[in-house]
Design a protein around this ligand. Sequence first.
Ligand SMILES: [Fe+2]
Length: 144
Amino acid sequence: MTAYLMILYQNLKTLHYNVVGHGFFTIHKELEDGYSAISKMADDLIERGIPLGFVQPSIQSAVLAYQSDLLPVMARDGHDSIKLAYDGYIKAIELMTIANDEVSSDIQSKLDEYIYYLRKEAEYKFQRYIGEPTALPNIVDEDD
Ligand SMILES: [Fe+2]
């Protein structure tokens, strides 16, 4: 899971550098906030894991494990960039959710915090931008 965060970090940087067109200034900055947050998460989890016997994933092992997730360097518009960032966040959430079953309770609460953050970013900010609804709103019709 930390190996995937290293890939996600790299992907967000790739998106940050290569976004073009409408909304550039906003999205360029937003993606920087994203890779900064992911970098802090990876750093935090790796440093907590080492005393517990986990090893730092090498960039080589991360690339081998997640080769198909690595984004090619190319110009992308804002919509495509944010959609790819969204997909990356969702995958990170899935991997953190799986890892949550195998770690001690202090790490579980950290992962819960990160999952909450990533979900909020993905399902609120990113999805509002790309315009694809997640869950149906739970609207109760109170008319008689
Ligand atoms: Fe930058």
